[in-house]
Design a protein around this ligand. Sequence first.
Ligand code: ADP
Ligand code: MG
Length: 256
Amino acid sequence: MSGTDTTTDTGLGTDAVLRLESVRKTFGRSVVLRDVDLEVAPHTVTALIGASGSGKSTLLRCANLLEEIDDGAIFLDGEDITDPRVDPDTVRRRIGVVFQAYNLFPHMTVLENVTLAPRRVHGVPRAEAEERAHELLGRLGLDGKAGEYPDRLSGGQQQRVAIVRALAGRPRLLLLDEITAALDPELVGEVLSVVRDLKEEGMTMVLATHEMGFARDVADQVCFLDGGVVLERGTPAEVFGEPRQERTRRFLRRLV
Ligand code: ADP
Ligand code: MG
């Protein structure tokens, strides 16, 4: 099933997996994203940083079509997914999402949680879905957990299951929204190391995070959001090492 690279040449000189062009998003009278441009190259990690309320989650939700944008356009593999003729479900099947709270179904085992979407949404036969699930669980250090219910797992294990679930549909892109924010500090490392492994394997990811050390370490591109604007972007060395904007400097100072 899927897994094939369907990158299309847009003729615009870009092979970006995800591209936001002048995206504007409002809630009522408040402008939450203002003229946001973003380009995510294949096999790269983009870290979204910024204070609470700066628009990181909204950006990720727009990219996954969980929110409708007011203006601008979003392209996935060159296809304008904000075109009203595009079926949001087919877009979401190409994108894996993990949120802060694990969101696993408590009444289902790990295996059922992981195979539900491939079976129901992608139409993958049970045996095939389970084989892929076991393979992913093994890769993420969850061997032997397939039959457990979520409440029997630690927070870090639950979040790793949520990542397995997001990977089960062989997504083109992974969106991770503060996936360690709800974890006890001693469990953060095991989840971040999974993200590192996925990067090694070439997965394209956009992640919102408050873990600055991690962003610095793993990201190819860092975007600092401030009041719905991408105020600064660059390599981790640029944004963390020599931020150009006073607001970025102030934000980073507050964290140390
Ligand atoms: P972050 O993830 O960076 O903390 P969010 O994207 O969650 O920021 O929020 C950005 C702004 O949008 C905030 O001011 C928030 O209150 C507002 N916002 C987010 N979702 C909604 C919503 N569904 N309705 C109204 N306002 C919202
Ligand atoms: Mg958020």
